[in-house]
Write a protein that binds this ligand. Structure first.
Ligand code: AMP
Length: 219
């Protein structure tokens, strides 16, 4: 089953994708994580991608699309994957349709997460990530058991550079509205989207949504 996580930055895509991945065995493929790994290792791709990411801009399709295409051909993704952070534009969605169609596959489910904007900004500022195993925490909503230490692998938690830069946060949310939000209509027309609100105001957080989605996927 090929699943896409849709939703603005800070809605909880990574958290929900990680939990669904643990329960279903489909790998979580996060384009942001792949870029950050390459930046850390200073690969050619990482050096190029960092020029865009540090400013909160999208990395060009010439770099992003082949990277996703290659990742989808790896063994663990043969029966399906959870794409987290891709596609982010209509053009990327069309290219993904082509990539999957060539293998006789399609997008089976799009999980669209929504969260009120004031909560989103707060969540981005309080998000901490584990560079080693990619787990995500939040100093207020979902703190690790030991401050600054990953519950899953013991790695040292960090704040993403683009989460500590208010100008990059603003730019990323602007790009989401302009380029990514049209995907809601795109996938609604295909009849594969499920919209789920994650918000403190309704006392429904990532693990609640993940639990419901796992049930939906398994049935
Ligand atoms: P994320 O971890 O999903 O918030 O992604 C972090 C950054 O990586 C984004 O702000 C973009 O600069 C870049 N990025 C991630 N996914 C994509 C994509 N599908 N297309 C272009 N750029 C991307």
């Amino acid at each position: 089953m090929n699943i896409i996580m849709l939703g603005a930055q800070g809605t909880g895509k990574g958290t929900v994708a990680g939990l669904i991945s643990k329960e279903t065995g489909f790998p979580q493929i996060s384009t942001g994580d792949i870029f950050r790994q390459n930046i850390k290792e200073k690969t050619e791709l990482g050096v190029e991608a960092d020029k865009y990411i540090s400013q909160g801009n999208l990395v060009p399709d010439e770099i992003t699309v082949p990277m996703v295409k290659n990742r989808l051909t790896e063994d663990d993704a043969i029966n399906g994957a959870i794409l987290d952070g891709f596609p982010r534009t209509i053009e990327q969605a069309q290219k993904l349709d082509e990539i999957l169609a060539a293998e006789g596959k399609k997008v089976d489910l799009v999980i669209n997460l929504t969260t009120p904007k004031d909560e989103i900004i707060e969540r981005m500022l309080t998000r901490r990530v584990c560079p080693k195993c990619k787990a995500t925490f939040n100093t207020k909503l979902h703190p690790p058991k030991v401050e600054g230490v990953c519950d899953d692998c013991g790695g040292a938690l960090v704040q993403r550079d683009d989460d500590s830069n208010p100008e990059a946060i603003r730019r990323r949310l602007e790009i989401y509205e302009e380029k990514t939000s049209p995907l809601v209509d795109y996938y609604t027309q295909k009849g594969v989207i499920k919209t789920e609100e994650i918000s403190l105001s309704i006392n429904r957080m990532g693990p609640d949504v993940a639990k419901d989605m796992v049930e939906y996927i398994k049935n």
